[in-house]
Design a protein around this ligand. Structure first.
Ligand code: NAG
Ligand code: NAG
Ligand code: NAG
Ligand code: NAG
Length: 386
């Protein structure tokens, strides 16, 4: 938090430039530092940890703003956004900007423009020439919209924030979102990692191209779209009405997912530790491995790979499995089982645990691979999630 007195004196309505030195205000950036904490470390407070001595702020601004405005940033360096401290700013009508950079490099901040367009209610932070190692920290009132583009290796971090519309675009830099609520959250990356920590609420659209990976702890929203090209797409918890997740060459690896979910990959494997709802997964070359705990309709297809389906032991479902080879575990009770051989494969249909025929079903199709079907206890699937 900014603990210094900002001294909103009179005549300081729009733009105050302060020379105060604020060591706490400048959390140095370490893009890679938080990535190791992503999964399974049990760390409840992931933070970007300082990787060296704190760097002093080189320059600071305080802008008086109207509520429900917008931040527009175009920067080639790091940018962090967090909420304005309500204790030191109860009126909630300021945007504070601090820039820190490599020590002693005053020219690092040369050319950084920080302005407020009153008509547009827009705070604008722009620079083409700022040192890429510099970092800009912004504290803004909640419900400020964000429109951020970073170029080069500039990272973006948004923490504990709420907004209607939040748009973040990076090139090679990492984007980190931690505990963000947004009606519409749009993230694009052209090579940098996208990392979502804590819970992200809202309708989310993430497009990561090239080798960008997307790693998500928990997403909750009505509509979620995520795509990667070569990178891994990993999410621990998804609570959505409908999600569409796709990858070209990356694996899709999901923990516990709820709601109607469509997954598509060309080359990557698809793994779902636990699915409740409708699941439609297809891959061209990859393998599919899913555990179905509660179901609507489950439709799985691997054109060239194999499919492993695990189900809760009491799950009722109509089954239709077709593959080059099918292996149904003996613990699974299939009634009215019918096995047909056609062309180069086998088709098995049947009813699992006295299911009725139409309501809920599992279809799996692996024309060139093996379908393995077995039951697994809920407990086993929980253990997998840890
Ligand atoms: C996700 O994609 C679907 C179909 O392309 C679209 O209708 C929906 O609005 C998208 N959701 C978000 C949050 O962008
Ligand atoms: C999932 O899709 C089914 C139809 O396929 C629909 O009846 C159901 O309401 C959907 N569930 C949610 C949570 O949107
Ligand atoms: C699953 O997706 C495939 C291809 O996208 C489509 O043909 C199929 O009808 C879908 N299944 C369900 C149950 O929606
Ligand atoms: C994909 O799954 C198959 C079968 O389980 C496995 O042999 C292969 O190593 C997996 N590929 C990757 C990239 O994890």
């Amino acid at each position: 938090m900014f603990t210094l007195r900002w001294g909103w004196g009179l005549g300081c309505l729009r733009l105050c430039q302060l020379r105060a030195w604020a060591p706490e205000a400048s959390v140095p950036w370490a893009c890679g530092a938080c990535q190791a904490r992503m999964y399974g470390s049990g760390g409840s407070k992931p933070e970007v940890s300082p990787s060296g001595p704190a760097r002093p702020s080189l320059k600071e601004w305080a802008l008086m703003v109207s509520p429900f405005g917008r931040l527009r940033a175009r920067l080639p360096c790091h940018l962090a956004v967090k909420p304005l401290d309500p204790i030191s700013h109860p009126d909630n009508n300021h945007v504070l900007v601090a820039v820190s950079g490599v020590e002693g490099a005053a020219q690092a901040v040369a050319g950084l423009q920080v302005t407020y367009d009153e008509a547009q209610k827009e705070v604008i932070i722009v620079s083409d020439v700022i040192d890429p190692q510099a970092s800009v920290e912004v504290s803004a009132p909640l419900m400020f919209d964000l429109n951020i583009k970073s170029s080069g290796s500039g990272c973006v971090k948004v923490q504990n924030f709420e907004c209607d519309n939040c748009r973040i675009e990076t090139e090679q830099g990492t984007s980190i979102l931690q505990s963000v609520k947004s009606q519409k959250l749009h993230i694009e990356s052209k090579g940098g990692k996208v990392i979502c920590l804590g819970t992200i609420y809202g309708n989310i659209d993430i497009h990561a191209s090239d080798k960008s990976t997307v790693t998500v702890n928990k997403l909750q929203g009505s509509s979620v779209n995520i795509s990667t090209e070569d990178g891994l797409l990993k999410a621990k918890y998804l609570y959505t009405e409908s999600s569409f997740l796709s990858s070209a060459a990356g694996d899709i690896s999901l923990g516990s997912v709820h709601g109607n979910i469509t997954l598509q990959s060309k080359l990557g494997n698809i793994t779902v530790d636990s699915s409740s709802g409708c699941l439609n997964a297809s891959t061209h070359q990859g393998a599919i491995d899913v555990y179905v705990s509660h179901l609507g309709k489950v439709d799985l297809k691997s054109h060239k790979g194999s499919i492993l389906v695990k189900v809760a032991s009491s799950l009722q479902a109509y089954l239709q499995l077709s593959g080059k080879k099918i292996d149904v575990n003996s613990e699974v009770h299939v009634e009215e089982m019918n096995e047909a051989h056609k062309d180069d494969g086998v088709v098995i249909t049947g009813l699992l645990n006295q299911a009725s025929k139409n309501e809920k079903w599992i279809k799996a199709d692996a024309p060139q691979g093996t379908i393995s079907f077995r039951s697994q206890s809920w407990f086993q699937s929980l253990k997998l999630l840890d």
